[in-house]
Ligand binder design. Structure first.
Ligand code: 1HN
Length: 344
C-alpha cells in the first residue's frame, strides 16, 4: 500500500498555522482511522470469574452503605479500553450489583438502556414503570431508556445481578443523563404472564398495545423451557438459541444491545463465525469453555467474559452429560441499525 505523508514531513510553521485555526491534515492519520480490512479493536477477551469478584462485592456491602452508593456496583472493565472508561466493549457496560436485605436503591430514569441478569439470591425486586418485577436466578429484567426503575429487597440473603447497559455508546453520543424520582406506585397487571405463550398475544377489543416495552421480565424458567423444547424439536439443530424480543414487534427487546440465551447440548462444540459486534457470555447453568482466538476461558456458573467483534468464537460444553446454558449480550441491533453489521 502507498505510504502516506507524515506529520513530521510538514514544515513546523505550517503545522502551527493549521493548529491555530483548528485545522488538521487528514493524511497522516488516515490509516489510523481507516485501517485495512479490519478495525483497530481495543476490546480484549476478558474473563471475570464470579468466585474471585464475589468476596470483593460483599466487602463493598460492608464498606459502603447503599445511601453512599445509590447503586452498589463493581464494574467489569475491559483493560483494553482502560479501566477508567468502565467499558466491556465499545458499546457495552457490565457491572455486578449487590443489594442487601432491607436495602433500597431509589427511583431514577436515564437515557442509557439497561437489563439485569439475576445471578444470585431471592427476595429482591425491581419496579420498572410501575411494574414490580421479582428477581430470581437467570431472569432477565429490562429497564429500557427513559423508564423509572428502583430496586428493593424483602429477602434474607444478599442478591447479586449483572447489569448490562449501552452506557458507553450513549455517553459517547453525549446523550447520557439521569433524573431522580419519587418512589413509584406499583400498578396492577400487565406482568410478563400476558406474553407467556409464543405466537399468542393479548389483544383486548382487537387492539394490540402501543406500549413500546410491553414485556419487562423474562423468567429463566420460560427461557430454559423454550431452549429445551427447541432442542427436542430438532435434534440436529446445532445452534440452540433464543433472542429476547419485544413480543409485539418481534424486534430486539431493546434498541442498541441484543440479548439471547443459548444452550449447548452435552459435550457439544459450537463454532460461531466472526461477526462485527462484540459479545458477552455469562454462564447461567453448567460449565463452558469459550475460545476467542488464542484465549480460552473456562466458565463456571455465574462467570462472565467478553469477546471483541470480527473474531470467531468457539463454545464448548465441558459436561458430557448435562446441557450448558449461557446468557449472551451483543451489539447486533446497533450494528444492524448503523448498517455496519457483518458476518465474515
Ligand atoms: C443504573 O441505573 C443501575 O439502576 C445500575 O441499577 C448500573 C450504571 C451506570 C448508569 C446507571 C441501576 C448503572 C446505572
Amino acid at each position: 500500500m502507498n505510504e502516506l505523508g507524515r506529520l513530521e514531513d510538514l514544515p513546523l510553521d505550517y503545522r502551527q498555522a493549521l493548529t491555530e485555526l483548528n485545522l488538521v491534515p487528514l493524511w497522516p492519520s488516515l490509516r489510523g482511522v481507516l485501517p485495512p480490512n479490519k478495525p483497530r479493536i481495543l476490546t480484549r477477551p476478558t474473563h471475570w470469574p464470579y468466585q474471585t469478584l464475589r468476596p470483593l462485592l460483599l466487602k463493598a456491602g460492608e464498606l459502603t452503605p447503599i445511601e453512599k452508593a445509590e447503586r452498589r456496583v463493581l464494574v467489569l472493565a475491559n483493560p483494553g479500553h482502560g479501566l477508567e472508561k468502565m467499558q466491556a466493549s465499545a458499546a457495552i457496560y457490565l457491572g455486578m450489583q449487590l443489594l442487601l436485605p432491607g436495602e433500597w436503591a431509589p427511583s431514577h430514569r436515564h437515557t442509557p438502556n439497561a437489563v439485569r441478569m439475576i445471578v444470585e439470591g431471592e427476595g429482591a425486586y425491581t419496579t420498572v414503570d410501575g411494574q414490580k418485577c421479582p428477581m430470581s436466578r437467570g431472569d432477565l429484567i429490562l429497564t429500557p431508556t427513559g423508564l423509572w426503575h428502583e430496586h428493593g429487597h424483602d429477602g434474607t440473603d444478599p442478591v447479586v445481578w449483572l447489569d448490562v447497559l449501552d452506557l458507553p455508546m450513549v455517553y459517547y453520543m453525549e446523550a447520557s443523563y439521569h433524573i431522580n424520582g419519587e418512589r413509584q406506585k406499583v400498578l396492577p397487571g400487565q406482568g410478563e404472564r400476558g406474553y407467556s405463550r409464543g405466537g399468542m398475544l393479548p389483544s383486548p377489543v382487537f387492539q394490540r398495545t402501543a406500549n413500546p416495552y410491553p414485556m419487562l421480565r423474562y423468567p429463566w424458567a420460560d427461557a430454559k423451557a423454550a431452549l429445551l423444547s427447541i432442542a427436542a424439536n430438532d435434534p440436529a439443530l446445532e445452534h440452540v438459541q433464543i433472542t429476547y424480543v419485544n413480543p409485539e414487534t418481534g424486534a430486539h427487546a431493546e434498541n442498541i444491545l441484543g440479548f439471547y440465551a443459548l444452550m449447548l447440548r452435552p459435550g457439544q462444540t459450537l463454532k460461531l463465525p466472526a461477526r462485527s459486534p462484540a459479545s458477552v457470555y455469562h454462564q447461567i447453568e453448567g460449565r463452558s469453555q469459550v475460545q476467542i482466538e488464542a484465549c480460552s476461558f473456562d466458565l463456571v456458573e455465574a462467570d462472565t467474559c467478553c469477546a471483541p467483534g470480527y473474531t470467531p468464537i468457539t463454545l464448548v460444553n465441558k459436561s458430557a452429560t448435562d446441557p450448558a446454558f449461557l446468557f449472551v449480550a451483543d451489539e447486533t441491533p446497533l450494528h444492524t441499525k448503523l448498517g455496519v453489521y457483518e458476518v465474515r
